[in-house]
Design a protein around this ligand. Structure first.
Ligand SMILES: Nc1nc2c(ncn2[C@@H]2O[C@H](COP(=O)(O)OP(=O)(O)OP(=O)(O)O)[C@@H](O)[C@H]2O)c(=O)[nH]1
Ligand SMILES: [Mg+2]
Length: 370
């Protein structure tokens, strides 16, 4: 077996060299692209280094077929190499055009990490509203960005900065132990209530009351009652604002009263008004607006606006497990300036829920960016 390396500008040239040197029975055992050495090597076209071998005995047995196969393979690789060469030439031509053809091409541009461009790419992945993207960009000085030498470095800095973007839930902004959960249909209100009830009752030993005003949807009361039975908490279903007030009064001794509501379309102002009469009957209370992170940004903004008549005070984001981009949380927080109480990330009761603590939220959002 004879093995040799050949350096050529493309596969076609390499094959000719190999054939001339080793004959038609030679087989290619490895190819790799190489740059010419030296400072200007980067600007020169890549070359191809081909390792070929020939078994002098076998060569005499099957000469023609092998040569043909090699030719086919070589043609394919040759075409791919040509495409790559053309792409590189286009990039170089674009660079020359950008500098008016005067300035020498900045080789460094292709070698050095472009932190500003990488930063923009990360923000793009978050799918932010323009005003939110602008705010985040403004939080970074040029110097800070220049200091970042890798994508992970930018992500770490962004995580730090985003922690300041969120308002924590504190005793000062959590004034009532009556929590009502409102929001569009199917976002996960009942499941979130079940998760909270289970966590507070089972892990923290708190006395919990569950009340539902969702008597519209078939099975809604049974759904909450099933969870109540498992957790060991009774569930009361009420039909009118008056009954709701009475039920809340009856459970005054509880540490926490969780109120479930029927999913309402933000476009239906009558339904929202009706919900308001229920909630007004038990004020003061904390109203948690529950939103699915996978909802379109435009819809989220219109939901938070339409629901604002109900004077909700906290946000809950659900189904974080179903997306790779949690930028919608930033968009809604910016629009409402409210604390995020919880983020849920799965269907499992009681485990798939995390508190909306600012540093943790920032980490969650940025970690999701690849
Ligand atoms: N993947 C995922 N699914 C969730 C999450 N939270 C809830 N769900 C699912 O979403 C579906 C609807 O959940 P519900 O809790 O019934 O939603 P709801 O807001 O009470 O619905 P309505 O009362 O009909 O308005 C169920 O299949 C839940 O298991 C979550 O964090 N991740
Ligand atoms: Mg429900």
């Amino acid at each position: 077996m004879k093995i040799k390396k050949y350096l050529a500008y493309d596969m076609k040239e390499a094959c000719q060299l190999i054939r001339q040197d080793l004959g038609p029975d030679a087989v290619i055992i490895n190819t790799r692209q190489v740059r010419q050495k030296g400072i200007l090597g980067f600007m020169r076209a890549r070359m191809v280094e081909v390792t070929a071998a020939v078994d002098e005995v076998a060569a005499q047995e099957a000469p023609v077929q092998k040569a043909k196969e090699m030719e086919l393979d070589n043609d394919k690789v040759g075409r791919e190499m040509q495409e790559m060469k053309e792409l590189l030439q286009q990039i170089i031509a674009r660079e020359h055009k950008a500098t008016g053809g005067k300035a020498p091409m900045k080789v460094s541009k292709y070698v050095e990490f472009d932190s500003a461009a990488e930063f923009r790419r990360i923000l793009d992945e978050l799918d932010l509203l323009p005003e939110v993207e602008k705010k985040i960009q403004e939080a970074f000085s040029k110097h800070e960005l220049d200091q970042c030498k890798s994508r992970n470095h930018i992500k770490d800095k962004l995580t730090e900065k985003l922690a300041d973007f969120f308002i924590p839930v504190t005793n000062a902004n959590q004034k009532s132990n009556i929590l009502a959960f409102i929001g569009p249909t199917g976002v996960g209100k009942t499941t979130t209530i079940a998760k909270l009830a289970a966590n507070f009752a089972l892990y923290h030993g708190l006395k919990i009351a569950l009340i539902t005003i969702d008597t519209y949807r078939i099975g809604a009361v049974a759904q909450l009652k099933t969870y109540g039975d498992i957790i060991g908490v009774t569930v009361e279903a009420v039909m009118t604002p008056h009954e709701l007030r009475e039920a809340v009064k009856n459970h005054k001794h509880c540490d926490l009263i969780l109120v479930d509501t029927a999913g309402r379309s933000s476009k239906n102002s009558e339904q929202i008004a009706e919900l308001k009469t229920f909630l007004d009957a038990i004020r003061p209370l904390e109203i948690y607006l529950v939103l699915d992170v996978n909802t379109k940004n435009k819809d989220l903004i219109s939901i938070v606006e339409k629901y604002s008549v109900l004077k909700y005070s906290k946000l809950v984001f659900t189904k974080a497990d179903e997306t790779y981009s949690l930028g919608s949380i930033l968009n809604v927080v910016d629009a409402t300036e409210l604390p995020v109480a919880y983020v849920t990330n799965g269907q499992n009761v009681p485990d798939d829920i995390i508190p909306g603590e600012p540093a943790g939220l920032a980490k969650l959002i940025i970690e999701e960016v690849e």
